[in-house]
Ligand binder design. Structure first.
Ligand code: UDP
Length: 328
């Protein structure tokens, strides 16, 4: 059985779905602070899903789970993810993301569970010195969120030395889209991400989408990101666990499409997909935004046999259908 922490959230939920597609049994551990019981219920209709409501900050909650289920591997998503909030409230991020992971790893060590795939981020690299960014790029996270992810990568290495726990760290770039059957999708409150914010402006009366910054040193003045489809990303986790099972070797990989799109390009693609005019206004740049982030994912292709197959338009299409389903 595979344990998915944070499996009621956006990426965790899609990853859970992909493991179910592979015929795996899963147990989701989530405190439902940002995850949704509706996601768990949708997953329960698809396959063999157990759900345990609990908090990683509580050692007993996670120990009990390992006592009650025979866990073969762990996929770890649970954590706070908002960059801006992490700058304003670092304690929340360090206490939850780091202590929660330590509790999880201690429970794994106590129960002889030795394989974990960790949800890391391109935010660990900081302002890029070159693009596309490969795994050798220097690491200089600009905010507490990125710092917690980098610290956890180091902690994972220490737990390998001490207890033989093998880990794969997947450093995601920007994640987009929804399940192609629209059973689950992206659902954050508050929503800060680009694509759902554009789509909300289609469905929510009087809402205007804001482009944060039009004076960047890029071809159209807006920030460039690498948008990887959430189903492609979920597949990377299945392949990462397979790699651990076959090779028993820790490693880390960038997960992106190797293709950048500007905010304006994403907006234009969304207009095309929705066939709607969307209210837009130019706004000040958002604090802490890097100008350009694009992945070099050659290593994942070479060692995991993973490659992004879906395009930005594919992601916007499913994201649109998902948003539509929530407003109908
Ligand atoms: N962005 C924007 N308007 C929004 C949300 C985001 O212009 O309502 C821009 C943001 O400044 C960044 C890009 O879109 O350049 C991607 O932002 P997102 O929050 O989706 O992901 P991030 O790259 O911050 O992880």
């Amino acid at each position: 059985m595979i344990l998915i922490t944070g499996g009621a959230g956006y990426i965790g939920g899609h990853c859970a779905l992909e493991f179910l597609n592979q015929g795996e049994k899963i147990v989701i551990f989530d405190n439902l602070e940002n995850g949704h019981i509706e996601t768990v219920n949708a997953l329960k209709k698809i396959g063999d899903v157990e759900f345990v409501k609990g908090d990683l900050r509580n050692q007993e909650d996670i120990n009990n789970l390992f006592d009650n289920f025979k866990i073969d591997g762990v996929i770890h998503f649970a954590g706070y993810i908002q960059v801006e909030e992490s700058v304003k409230n670092p304690s929340k991020y360090y206490r939850n993301n780091i202590i929660g992971t330590l509790n999880l790893l201690d429970a794994m060590a106590d129960h002889n569970v030795s394989k974990i795939v960790f949800s890391s981020t391109c935010a660990i690299y900081g302002e890029p010195k070159y693009v596309p960014i490969d795994e050798k790029h220097s690491k200089n996270p600009l905010n507490p969120y990125g710092k917690t992810k980098l610290i956890i990568e180091e902690i994972l290495n220490d737990y390998e030395t001490a207890f033989g726990i093998k880990s794969i760290k997947l450093r995601y770039f920007n994640v987009a889209g929804a399940d192609n059957q629209i059973r689950i999708g992206e659902w954050h409150e508050p929503e800060t991400h680009l694509i759902p914010n554009i789509l909300k402006s289609v469905f929510e009366e009087g809402k205007t989408f804001k482009i944060y910054g039009t004076d960047y040193n890029t071809y159209d003045g807006t920030c460039i990101r690498d948008y990887v489809n959430v189903e492609d990303l979920a597949r990377a986790h299945v392949l990462a666990l397979k790699y651990l099972n076959e090779n028993n070797k820790s490693d880390f990989f960038n997960i992106g499409t190797s293709k950048g799109s500007s905010v304006k390009e994403v907006f234009e693609t969304a207009k095309e997909v929705t066939c709607r005019d969307i209210n837009v206004e130019m706004a000040e740049p958002r604090a802490g935004d890097a100008e350009i982030l694009i992945a070099n994912s050659e290593k994942a292709k070479r060692l995991l046999d993973w490659e992004a197959v879906k395009t930005l338009k594919d992601s916007i299409e499913t994201a649109y259908l998902w948003e539509k389903s929530r407003h109908s």
